[in-house]
Design a protein around this ligand. Structure first.
Ligand code: GUN
Length: 285
């Protein structure tokens, strides 16, 4: 049977509608959430991502400000912008778009952002809080993955979850979030032996490796739920995920498409994190 499609486009739209209602009420109470997005240089993909973030802010009615620095900006200049944004009371969330040009140090920039404005959830303290199960800003992509699973009625308790990819911002937090839901979690990566075997054991499979169609449809366990975080552009212009979609959908019970799966959720979760930051800054519970 063909897999059910888990539509991030629909689920994110629903989420953004709910956030719009929340923001309308907050604004009536004198609280306007604000997001600052810093972009350094001219990377075309980053320009698109930043535009999408600004559009989402406008859609839900939150204030957004884009700060553009030239490719030749120095680390000190960038850190000074972050410090200025940390100090501004009309800004609740600070996001520096990555990747930065090679001469800039991303780790230092992440650590310079105030933890209470870390809506990307990239700060080591935010990640540390996630590890110990405390409330924190969760990195937007894995947060979006969890919402997709929840909204699709997938119960993780006791399930075999396999996460392929161990990045700080996606694979590791996704694994921790599934563990928090009492799943049995395996993390696979580039040195994993018998990747196909591990993938085949997954009742829920989350893939975030950034390699086009690396996970073969034949590997998927019958009835598995497949969440494909990858968005890869092929030489012929097509966008594909990290999973062979057609073949995988013949075996999976539910699967995210690319595009229209995890991608739209990431922006929705950024807006949600910014609204939460504003609520906290305003002292509202
Ligand atoms: N570049 C690609 N995705 C992201 C993201 O979620 N946050 C930031 N800061 N940069 C990115």
């Amino acid at each position: 049977m063909a897999a059910r499609i888990i539509s991030g486009t629909e689920i994110s739209a629903k989420r953004l509608d709910r956030l719009t209602e929340r923001v309308t009420k907050l604004k009536a109470a004198g609280v306007t959430p604000g997001l600052a997005v810093v972009i350094v240089g001219e990377d075309p993909a980053s320009q698109v991502y930043v535009r999408n973030k600004e559009k989402a802010c406008a859609r839900v009615g939150i204030f957004s400000e884009k700060i553009e620095l030239s490719t030749s900006a120095t680390q000190d200049e960038l850190l000074a912008v972050v410090a200025m944004l940390n100090a501004r009371t009309d800004i609740d969330g600070v996001l520096v778009q990555f990747p930065l040009p090679d001469h800039l140090n991303e780790d230092e920039v992440i650590e310079a952002i105030s933890v209470d404005k870390d809506v990307d959830g990239f700060h080591p303290e935010s990640i540390g809080r996630l590890v110990v199960g405390k409330e924190t800003f969760v990195s937007c992509t894995p947060a979006g993955v969890m919402v997709l699973l929840e909204e699709s009625g997938v119960v993780l308790e006791g399930k075999n979850v396999v996460v392929v990819g161990r990045s700080h911002n996606v694979g590791k937090p996704a694994a921790l979030l599934c563990l928090e839901k009492n799943a049995t979690v395996t993390i696979c990566h580039s040195r994993t032996e018998d990747l196909a075997g591990h993938v085949g054991s997954a009742e829920v499979l989350i893939v975030a490796v950034g390699r086009p169609e690396m996970i073969k449809g034949q590997w998927i366990r019958e009835g598995a739920v497949v969440i494909d975080v990858g968005i890869n552009r092929l030489a012929d212009g097509r966008l594909v995920g990290d999973v062979e979609f057609e073949e995988a959908s013949k075996r999976a019970s539910a699967i995210t498409p690319v595009p229209g799966g995890v991608g739209p959720m990431t922006v929705a979760m950024l807006i949600e994190n910014t609204v939460h930051a504003a609520v906290r800054h305003a002292g509202i519970t």
